[in-house]
Design a protein around this ligand. Structure first.
Ligand code: NAD
Length: 360
């Protein structure tokens, strides 16, 4: 499936529906999207690395744009949000456009949370933040997370042309980051038939689309397939509870400042092999899609085939940190298919650190 397609997405706990648009070059109709919302003073958000993309959007908006703010950073630091808020007030912004990955989306959500402004998100990675009511913010080194439907965007515009520039290594880690949402959705305690179907759809999109993207990174149909996967995986992330995998990645990212997508890519096969001990039946769709008897080892083989990073030590984590990481990851209990014990998590982390095969 390609080209124009609009998917109304009913959101849990909210009367609003997010307008989701897929298609190559869809950003060209950005002015019409703004007018549909009834806005006329748009602030465009991006990271410094994607300022060109933000400027292109501002140019397409013409007089509808009141400025660009290209200082988005990973983990949504509050001081950056406050700097953007000053520009929002100064320009009387009435609509936000976030173009980029989860970091830029996070900034847009943080401003929307404080102001109620409508948002249009143009995702350029597969992280999926645009589909969730979750906002993580950092202040003085402490990351806090909240969930509020008011941070959901009004419009998500997936333009496959924009994701072509995502470097291949990041394409792979970002895809595995998205697949992690779907994998954990398969055994979520509050899953429904609909979320399971959507998780399988998301996994399938990446298992089919990612090898095609790697063969030809500018293949727009393959890129669009992966963006559809990102939407499905992000949507289930927003609808059901995540477990061991996401808790581990949150701990490693927060305490040791490890990069988001890479950490997800490395931990995923290990966390899923761990939970396959108790949730083999729920994880069977992964074996059906990838082959093999164990969903964790199947994901491990897939990640290796995609040339994903496979060792936490390569991200700068020291072996001596593993004890502390295991302590942090097991202090607060949470629902997980396989009981979480400190010794088991220490062993899992050791394997993920040293590039060993996932422990079954
Ligand atoms: P990112 O947004 O930090 O992007 C990484 C780098 O890649 C940035 O420099 C960015 O400008 C660049 N980039 C992005 N797309 C590009 C493209 N198409 N071409 C060239 N360069 C591009 O990375 P991410 O993995 O998308 O997001 C990670 C952040 O998102 C983390 O802070 C994470 O906590 C958050 N996140 C939040 C949620 C949520 O639901 N709240 C979900 C997923 C991720």
């Amino acid at each position: 499936m390609s080209g124009e397609d609009i998917v109304p997405q009913p959101i849990q706990n909210s009367e609003t529906a997010v307008r989701v648009v897929f298609g190559a070059a869809k950003r060209m109709s950005i002015a019409a999207e703004v007018q549909r919302i009834g806005a006329s003073k748009v602030l465009v958000l991006a990271t410094p690395q994607q300022s060109d993309a933000a400027l292109e959007i501002a140019e397409l908006l013409g007089p509808l744009a009141v400025g660009v703010f290209c200082k988005a950073e990973m983990h949504t630091p509050v001081h950056v949000t406050e700097a953007a808020m000053a520009q929002v007030a100064e320009t009387q912004t009435d609509c936000l456009i976030a173009i980029g990955g989860g970091s830029t989306t996070g900034l847009g959500k943080a401003i929307a949370f404080r102001t109620g402004l409508p948002q249009i998100v143009i995702p350029t990675t597969y992280a999926g933040s645009e589909c969730t009511p979750i906002l993580g913010q950092t202040e003085k080194g402490v990351k806090t997370t909240l969930s509020d439907p008011s941070v959901l965007p009004e419009v998500i515009l997936y333009d496959s042309e924009l994701v072509r520039t995502l470097p291949v290594p990041m394409t792979v880690t970002s895809a595995l980051n998205a697949m992690a949402h779907a994998a954990e959705a398969l055994y979520a305690t509050n899953r429904t038939g609909e979320t399971t179907a959507m998780a399988i759809q998301g996994l399938e999109a990446f298992i089919d689309g990612l090898p095609r993207v790697l063969r030809e990174p500018s293949d727009l149909l393959a890129r669009e397939a992966t963006l559809r996967g990102a939407w499905a995986c992000g949507t289930v992330l927003g609808r059901v509870d995540m477990a061991l995998h996401h808790k581990l990645c949150h701990t490693l990212g927060g305490a040791f400042n490890l990069p988001h997508a890479e950490t997800h890519a490395i931990v995923l096969p290990h966390a899923i092999a761990y939970n396959a001990r108790a949730a083999g039946r729920e994880l069977q769709p992964i074996c059906d899609l990838l082959g093999g008897e164990n969903a964790g080892t199947a994901l491990h083989a897939f990640a290796q085939k995609m040339n994903a990073p496979t060792a936490l030590r390569d991200l700068g984590l020291q072996q001596r940190d593993l004890d502390h990481a295991a302590d942090l990851a097991t202090t607060k209990p949470y629902p997980n298919p396989q009981p979480v014990t400190r010794d088991d998590i220490r062993a899992l982390l050791q394997a993920a650190w040293a590039e060993d095969a996932p422990i079954q």
